[in-house]
Ligand binder design. Structure first.
Ligand code: SF4
Length: 306
């Protein structure tokens, strides 16, 4: 199966021990059958240690009391990679923070924004997002229609002659939607969702009674970030619409996600009028981890706003 990647993909490199929100903390890590088979065949001390740290019931690594992967070393590196090499990583660990969208005869692979380094790369990428699918790839009628619609959406979102706000309004109108949400209803909705991290709860708390004027979508220094963010959400989620042609439902998810992140930025990222990009990347990372990896949360957002 052919695999296609956005142009920026090749520039990604995990920063491992320099990462402040290591992905080896706080997530359940399931071991796939093939890797499990390899671990069982290791027949050495490291193999024994690995098997001792995998739950028989769930076939996942048994996390420490502070929710860390048992193979995350004090220096921030992975003991399995250090001792055995990359090929001994289970599928989840080798894939992360990448995501894959499968089509009939090809797959698209992107970088998920639950990783702080992926946020830095994707949200500051100066060129327009591009992914090229070979012309000889077989597409079903639905997939062909999807590629055309998606390209049309990318063109709207990447029209740098307009402010990002105007582009989002144009996108919303095209699908019979509005780029405007009741901030109190969003506060109620997002605080009702399943949560991973108590820091996220604290961030959401300050959105209560926020007087959000949307100026942030007009700011010159925010244009690139919001363009790449909205294009990312389209790239990651719109393919779900192939199955039922409900494009507007997925566009509403893109719009509300950008809107809520705009609210969070407005509250948290300005210090004496200077925008703090590192704080912004951290908020996007949290949004991605809390929302994009939970079908339950995504479905509840879509059901509530539509
Ligand atoms: S979150 Fe990203 S940069 Fe950090 S350890 Fe994981 S893959 Fe590497």
């Amino acid at each position: 199966m052919k695999e296609f990647f956005p142009e920026y993909y090749k520039n990604f490199k995990c920063i491992a021990d320099k990462c402040t929100h290591n992905c080896c903390i706080g997530w359940e890590i399931n071991v796939d059958d093939e890797t499990m088979h390899r671990y069982k065949k290791m027949n050495n001390e490291m193999g024994k240690k690995i098997l001792e740290n995998i739950s028989v019931d769930s076939q996942s690594f048994v996390l420490t009391a502070d929710e860390k992967c048992p193979f995350l070393m004090k220096n921030g590196l992975c003991e399995i990679i250090t001792e055995c090499g990359n090929e001994y990583l289970c599928n989840i660990c080798s894939l992360h923070p990448r995501f894959k969208n499968f089509y009939t005869s090809f797959v698209e692979t992107g970088l998920g924004l639950c990783c702080e380094e992926a946020c830095r790369l994707v949200l500051t990428y100066k060129d327009k997002f591009k992914i090229k699918i070979d012309s000889d790839v077989f597409l079903t009628d639905e997939e062909e229609e999807f590629i055309i619609i998606r390209q049309d959406i990318f063109s709207i979102l990447q029209n740098r002659n307009k402010s990002v706000y105007d582009r989002l309004v144009e996108l919303a109108n095209k699908f019979g939607l509005e780029f405007l949400f009741d901030t109190q209803k969003l506060y109620d909705l997002y605080t009702s969702l399943e949560r991973l991290d108590s820091n996220w709860s604290q961030k959401l708390e300050n959105l209560k009674n926020l007087d959000f004027n949307m100026d942030i979508f007009h700011r010159e220094d925010m244009q690139l970030l919001f363009e790449q963010l909205s294009v990312y959400f389209v790239f990651r989620h719109l393919s779900e619409a192939i199955w039922d042609s409900d494009y507007s439902c997925w566009i509403s998810f893109v719009l509300v996600s950008v809107f809520v992140i705009g609210m969070l930025f407005s509250y948290y990222t300005y210090d004496l009028k200077t925008f703090d990009f590192e704080k912004a990347f951290d908020l996007v990372r949290m949004y991605s981890s809390e929302i994009e990896y939970s079908d339950e949360n995504i479905n509840k957002i879509i059901e509530t706003i539509n």
